[in-house]
Write a protein that binds this ligand. Structure first.
Ligand code: ATP
Ligand code: MG
Length: 172
């Protein structure tokens, strides 16, 4: 069943509404206006986005964090990203971050942030189950970014074709 990505993002932001308000976080959604449809398990997609946005907020418990959630589509497929301008992830941790229970060791001076270290391993599993990939890059304080790529599926192309045909039909 195809569904709108934007509605997933809205669900996620609703679930995190009180944290967003408390932290005065600024959330920007960068998506094509005409909307973007995905196929597959809507519950999975919502969970994936939730885990990424929750991480951005939780790892940066300061005021005014900027979080960007975006998506584009081209002939190769769909690309999604969640980016923040928070503390970031040290280089040596990047390659391990998707492992179950892996969490970045904090300096003694920093307050301990709670978590089990499972969120990202679930993200990776869900994405790979959809034939996609997930990557991370981090420039501390500037741009810590999780990028998901889902290759174009027959199914997806079909949905777009149907939509295009419908929009060509004269209104009667
Ligand atoms: P859980 O998601 O199970 O509650 P968690 O958030 O600690 O626990 P993951 O979501 O798997 O676990 O994330 C693993 C680790 O990656 C985090 O503990 C944190 O150190 C680091 N991390 C993830 N996202 C970010 C981010 N946006 N900014 C900085 N560090 C991050
Ligand atoms: Mg997490």
């Amino acid at each position: 069943e195809p569904f709108r990505l934007r509605s997933c993002v809205q669900d996620v932001l609703e679930r995190l509404e009180s944290v967003i308000r408390q932290q005065k976080a600024e959330i920007r959604i960068e998506m094509p206006d005409e909307g973007l449809q995905l196929t597959g398990d809507r519950f999975y997609w919502t969970q994936v986005l939730f885990n990424l946005v929750e991480n951005a907020l939780k790892q940066n418990p300061r005021s005014g964090l900027k979080v960007r959630v975006g998506a584009t589509r081209d002939e190769r497929g769909v690309t999604l990203w969640v980016a923040d301008d928070g503390v970031g992830i040290p280089n040596q941790d990047l390659q391990h971050i998707f492992r179950r229970f892996y969490r970045v060791e904090k300096h003694h001076s920093q307050e301990e942030i709670k978590g089990t270290g499972l969120g990202l391993s679930i993200v990776k599993r869900a994405i790979e189950a959809h034939g996609g990939t997930v990557d991370v890059s981090s420039t501390p304080g500037e741009d810590t970014r999780f990028t998901i790529h889902i290759p174009a599926a027959e199914e997806q192309v079909l949905v777009e074709k149907m939509e295009a045909e419908q929009s060509l039909r004269p209104a009667s």
